[in-house]
Design a protein around this ligand. Sequence first.
Ligand code: GAL
Length: 416
Amino acid sequence: MKLGLVILLLTLLPLPSVQATTPLDVLHWWTSPGEHRAAEVLRQDLLQHSVIWQDHAVPGGGGDSAMAVLKAQVIAGSPPDVAQIIGPNIGEWANLGYLQPLDEWTANWPDDWHRTLDELTRFNGERVAVPISIHRINWMWLNPQVYQELGLSLPTSWSQIMRDAETLRDAGITPLAHGGQPWQVATLFETLLLSVGGPEFYRDYFVYRTPEALADSRVEEALHLLRDLKTLMDDEMQNREWQEASRMVIEGEAAMQIMGDWVKGEFVAHSMEAGQDFLCMPVPGTAQHHLYSVDTFVFFQREDDETRAAQARFAEGIMDSNTQRLFSLQKGTIPARADLSLAGFDDCAQTSAHVFREAEATGLLAPSMAHSMATTPGVESALFHVLHRFFRDDDIPVTTAREQMARVLGALRDHE
Ligand code: GAL
């Protein structure tokens, strides 16, 4: 067949459209081994959507440093293409006009949503964020071998946890692994408040900030418990990263850690299995409760079509059912999509999903204050400051800390 004819035929053949691969600058705070592996799942998946995830990871669990970097970038006029922003803070950025509305990109998104996530990702009714996963925070993570070897039964009450401490210490094991950073102290405190007061009281305190709740003696009970638990920690914990505390439990240097299920991502990163190599147990008194945080991505407005098209593909990739499954299996979360089966997920995840649904149905979900689900960033950092000072200085009376937090939360209530 003549060469000319071949060339003619080739020009007539429909060639597959090769989607240009576009780099997007993604700002987030997932830097621990488990977090990094989970982010890698997204990065790899987005390549299938012709998006290059240009990693802009800001170290510092809880995201405070990442939000400071984001603000600096925005002030400097170079916001990232994509950012991990969570909670009502999303609305603040949308209100300033920085965020790309997503409604034109959501045609293939599922209809079935958790109401809480639907509300969280909208501003003035318009979708402005894409949710990837839900964390449960009121967990204890245990090294079962430590309890077995010492003949200790698994802890189900605070009094038992306090009682077991001596046996653990005598065996050279730290009863409670913790990092004394402000966000970690605040995460522990909110979990204790939920434990002593329940979800209604928790919501009255952090969400509605009623004068009665702000003055309630259960706040002091939670502060006393925080001080008691500090006696179970080791002296080196002051500025320890959370994943380092997880490592102590993984290696049997410590018996347990109280923290959100991002800790599970660390166990998974060490190929450990729930129920066997590690245990997840609800913090005493909170088995029916779900203290949650939701991870979400937002997109900063862009003029050029190529970046906007890539942002749309990024959003589509994040909402992909398989991506959400694979991410959550690594990250320790449950998928944000409400329509996904959890077949293949461990008991920790199955429990988190069940309790989340039940609590949402009864209006008793507990939005995490420490992870930006309940208050404004300003109030959050003011509470972090009060709690951290109280935690570090045993001479500060419990009533003083309660009054200081009441002032902060009361001020927010009065200015709303
Ligand atoms: C939370 C975030 C989680 C987790 C944690 C520790 O705020 O939602 O995904 O990574 O911080 O860094």
